[in-house]
Design a protein around this ligand. Structure first.
Ligand code: HEC
Ligand code: HEC
Ligand code: HEC
Ligand code: HEC
Ligand code: HEC
Ligand code: HEC
Ligand code: HEC
Ligand code: HEC
Ligand code: HEC
Ligand code: HEC
Ligand code: HEC
Ligand code: HEC
Ligand code: HEC
Length: 430
């Protein structure tokens, strides 16, 4: 087709004057050229830079590869490692009109996108959420239409391709941790073109994360006690920035501020009573060291758990619990079990003793044992040793009236008389 003698079929046979193009372009001959908003520069100068006349209105055949003609005047557009198959298969004329057109780039269609859609299915670029530059038809913001050293004819590697426009997602200055997922490019999670999900995500938030964090997602789904924000619609995105952050684990805020962002109001505690952990800690004069250090995660698994209050290890939800090996596993992650299990505290296992009689053992280590919660606050309290001011009992709050002394202490609960203990000179039980 492209080769072969090319013959003009005008009615009026004009004397061919090599040089000025306008002599070939009249209202009758090659009049289509007149409709072109833009003429290819050499066409304006004449036809002969490409059509060499070999006889009376007979012209040289075009080369097999039109490129050879174009490259007489243009630098090669096929320098990149990857060449657009449109060029290798169909040559320059798949996209350019050699004479002119409606665009400066002499495209065969009126817009870049319309051109691309002549070969690429437009359906892949439409959807509920279309990326700004795709909507604007600016395919060449990201793609080189000819060739590129990067896969998919991209002008740059990701993430630079994207962060040139989305500079807030550029982590290269090292001031914030980048989520490792971005190393594989933004398109691990986003479609560069369009998708059915907000922000052109490839899937729903929870599903997006599940691709690579199956363990966490499965853990969350299988936990008997679910943490509400993990299982709501935004799931992981309630706490984690999917791109990165200045905080550990890509959290929007560091623990405990993250937790207090939601837990600064009353909610029912494990016993059904109103519980405002932020208030308790803020008003506390004795703060449990792991709470003070912001280590909520040492006792609570933010993703969910099989244990009440999403705890990381066993701890009874009730006030009375038969003592078994792991009843208080949560506390014994950090405290020595002997605190409770030695009947005679001869080696300072605990300060809660009368002489050597271990009062922790007495209260806790039995069939109807008292949970630590009967006497201690867990997060923070207003008394030394986190001893409660009052203990909830049914609907009532029973005051404990704890007083610490140098060598022991005493409590005067509202319901019976004062008990005392002393480590040096044991108090005789009445
Ligand atoms: C920059 C090079 C170039 C110039 C200058 C040029 N042409 Fe062409 N022309 C081509 C190429 C390439 C083809 C396509 C050949 C093919 O399809 O195989 C072509 C094809 C044609 C055809 C046949 C197909 C069609 O598009 O109708 C006509 C007629 C034609 N040219 C007329 C002209 C006239 C008249 C001029 C001067 C006013 C001119 N050309 C200037 C490159 C050129
Ligand atoms: C005889 C020399 C010559 C040949 C052959 C030639 N061109 Fe051109 N082309 C030019 C000149 C001169 C310009 C105007 C350059 C400018 O404005 O910077 C131009 C402009 C263009 C432009 C627009 C460039 C822009 O920056 O907007 C395109 C696209 C183009 N040519 C494609 C082709 C293709 C495709 C072929 C082969 C079919 C071809 N040219 C063959 C000389 C040529
Ligand atoms: C798949 C379609 C397609 C094919 C095939 C194609 N081009 Fe282009 N070309 C374009 C588009 C689109 C632009 C406008 C680029 C932009 O918007 O940045 C362009 C721009 C150009 C330009 C001007 C700007 C530049 O990049 O230098 C030249 C010159 C050019 N093409 C030459 C060629 C030549 C020569 C061939 C054949 C070897 C060719 N093109 C094949 C789509 C194509
Ligand atoms: C004449 C047909 C044609 C036109 C027009 C066309 N393409 Fe293509 N393009 C192809 C073919 C054929 C392939 C290879 C098969 C495929 O991936 O669909 C391809 C592949 C691609 C690829 C993938 C390349 C790779 O290495 O994986 C990209 C990106 C692309 N085209 C972008 C564009 C853009 C942007 C436009 C518009 C400027 C465009 N194409 C216009 C025919 C075309
Ligand atoms: C914001 C940048 C950007 C824009 C704008 C863009 N693309 Fe892409 N395109 C990409 C990236 C990145 C890929 C590679 C996808 C991947 O790696 O998953 C791609 C891949 C492609 C492919 C290869 C097949 C595929 O879908 O993976 C084609 C074809 C393509 N784009 C065509 C187009 C067309 C046509 C337009 C304009 C309507 C366009 N692109 C606009 C970034 C873009
Ligand atoms: C040429 C500039 C440009 C490039 C390159 C670019 N984008 Fe965009 N992006 C935009 C514009 C413009 C919007 C629309 C902004 C709006 O609607 O507020 C947008 C919107 C988005 C949105 C949705 C944001 C929102 O608030 O709705 C996402 C997600 C996005 N881009 C991701 C990417 C990814 C991933 C890449 C790389 C593959 C990329 N962008 C490359 C310009 C760009
Ligand atoms: C691990 C998956 C993932 C990767 C990789 C990723 N994103 Fe996102 N992106 C998301 C999710 C999820 C959202 C929705 C966030 C939300 O709803 O709060 C989002 C939202 C966005 C938004 C719109 C909201 C905002 O935060 O501005 C833009 C823009 C964006 N991403 C750009 C990028 C760019 C650019 C890259 C690459 C540098 C990238 N994303 C890489 C998952 C990802
Ligand atoms: C493409 C795979 C991929 C996707 C999708 C992905 N991640 Fe990651 N993520 C990683 C890799 C790789 C690490 C590095 C640590 C590792 O090997 O587990 C990581 C680490 C993390 C970390 C630990 C902090 C860090 O930077 O080491 C958190 C938190 C995280 N991802 C949350 C998410 C969330 C939330 C989503 C969904 C929005 C998500 N990830 C989606 C691959 C992914
Ligand atoms: C309520 C807030 C919250 C939600 C919702 C949440 N996380 Fe986390 N995530 C955290 C905290 C806090 C840490 C740090 C844990 C620690 O320091 O003990 C963390 C750590 C991680 C880590 C790194 C450590 C590890 O466990 O592997 C990954 C990965 C992770 N989260 C993924 C996810 C995924 C996936 C989702 C959604 C299914 C999700 N997170 C939902 C708060 C949350
Ligand atoms: C030493 C272990 C431990 C640490 C550290 C800890 N907690 Fe707790 N938390 C518990 C236990 C045990 C409960 C069960 C309720 C109780 O009796 O206080 C609980 C209960 C809660 C509750 C109410 C649960 C419910 O079931 O309604 C919230 C909310 C809470 N903690 C948040 C936090 C936050 C926020 C932090 C970090 C500032 C934190 N916790 C640190 C052990 C701990
Ligand atoms: C985005 C808000 C949000 C964040 C952030 C958050 N939580 Fe929660 N959390 C909730 C909601 C909502 C509930 C359920 C309240 C209810 O049932 O009344 C809950 C429940 C809990 C429970 C009781 C679980 C049960 O069912 O027994 C604990 C304990 C808890 N959160 C601890 C934490 C800790 C520790 C952090 C920080 C690592 C944290 N939360 C961060 C919203 C949040
Ligand atoms: C993550 C480690 C950790 C866990 C888990 C833990 N503690 Fe502690 N606790 C400490 C540290 C550290 C201290 C200060 C040193 C000490 O007294 O052993 C402390 C001190 C105490 C004190 C004395 C406070 C004071 O003012 O002297 C009490 C009471 C207490 N913890 C009770 C508990 C109870 C009850 C549990 C289980 C619900 C528990 N702890 C779980 C780390 C932990
Ligand atoms: C009947 C009330 C009561 C119960 C139940 C109780 N404690 Fe105590 N605990 C005390 C008193 C009182 C002290 C203060 C001893 C002192 O310093 O005079 C104390 C002190 C402590 C201390 C500080 C170190 C020490 O032993 O002196 C820790 C740690 C502690 N208790 C942990 C626990 C744990 C863990 C449980 C549950 C397994 C528990 N307590 C159950 C009353 C109780």
């Amino acid at each position: 087709m492209r080769s072969g003698i090319f013959i003009c079929t005008c009615f009026i046979i004009m004397a061919f004057i090599p040089a000025r193009g306008e002599n070939c372009i009249t209202s009758k001959c090659h009049s289509n050229f007149k409709k072109m908003r833009i003429l290819h520069s050499p066409v304006e100068d004449g036809c002969d830079s490409c059509h060499e006349e070999t006889g009376k209105h007979k012209f040289n055949p075009m080369p097999d590869h039109i490129q050879e003609l174009c490259y007489q005047c243009h630098d090669s557009v096929e320098e990149g490692k990857h060449i657009h198959p449109a060029i290798s298969d169909d040559g320059c004329l798949a996209c350019h009109n050699p004479h002119g057109g409606s665009t400066k780039e002499l495209l065969t269609e009126d817009t870049v996108a319309a051109l691309c859609f002549t070969c690429h299915d437009q359906d892949n670029f439409t959807g509920k959420h279309v990326h700004g530059p795709v909507e604007a038809g600016e395919c060449t913001d990201c793609h080189n239409p000819h060739s590129s050293d990067h896969a998919s004819l991209l002008k740059k590697e990701q993430p630079a391709l994207c962060t040139d426009c989305h500079s807030d997602k550029d982590f290269s200055d090292g001031k914030r941790h980048m989520h490792s997922a971005l190393e594989d490019g933004c398109t691990e999670c986003h479609s560069p073109h369009a998708s059915a999900f907000q922000y052109q995500l490839k899937n729903k938030p929870g599903k997006i994360c599940a691709d690579c964090h199956e363990d966490v997602v499965n853990h969350a789904a299988q936990s008997k006690v679910k943490h509400a924000p993990v299982v709501d619609k935004r799931t992981c995105l309630n706490c984690h920035d999917p791109h990165g952050s200045k905080n550990d684990n890509n959290l929007y805020k560091n623990v405990p501020e993250l937790c207090f962002g939601c837990h600064n109001k009353a909610m029912p505690g494990p016993d059904g009573r109103q519980f405002n952990v932020f208030r308790i800690i803020k008003n506390g004069t004795t703060i449990h060291p792991p709470v003070e250090d912001g280590e909520c995660g040492s006792c609570h698994n933010p993703h969910g758990s099989d244990i009440n209050s999403i705890l990381t290890a066993e701890f009874p939800a009730r006030f009375y619990a038969p003592f078994k090996d792991n009843t208080y596993a949560l506390c014994f992650q950090c405290h020595d079990e002997s605190l409770v299990t030695t009947e005679k505290a001869e080696n300072d296992e605990t300060g809660f003793r009368n002489g050597t009689r271990n009062l922790h053992y007495l209260h806790v280590d039995r069939e109807k044992g008292r949970s630590c919660r009967v006497c201690h606050m867990i997060h923070a309290g207003k008394n030394p040793r986190l001893i409660r001011t009052e203990t909830p009992f049914g609907k009532w709050n029973i005051p404990i009236g704890f007083k610490k002394t140098k060598t022991g202490g005493s409590c005067s609960p509202g319901c019976h008389k004062t008990y005392q203990y002393d480590r040096i000179t044991p108090v005789k039980r009445p």
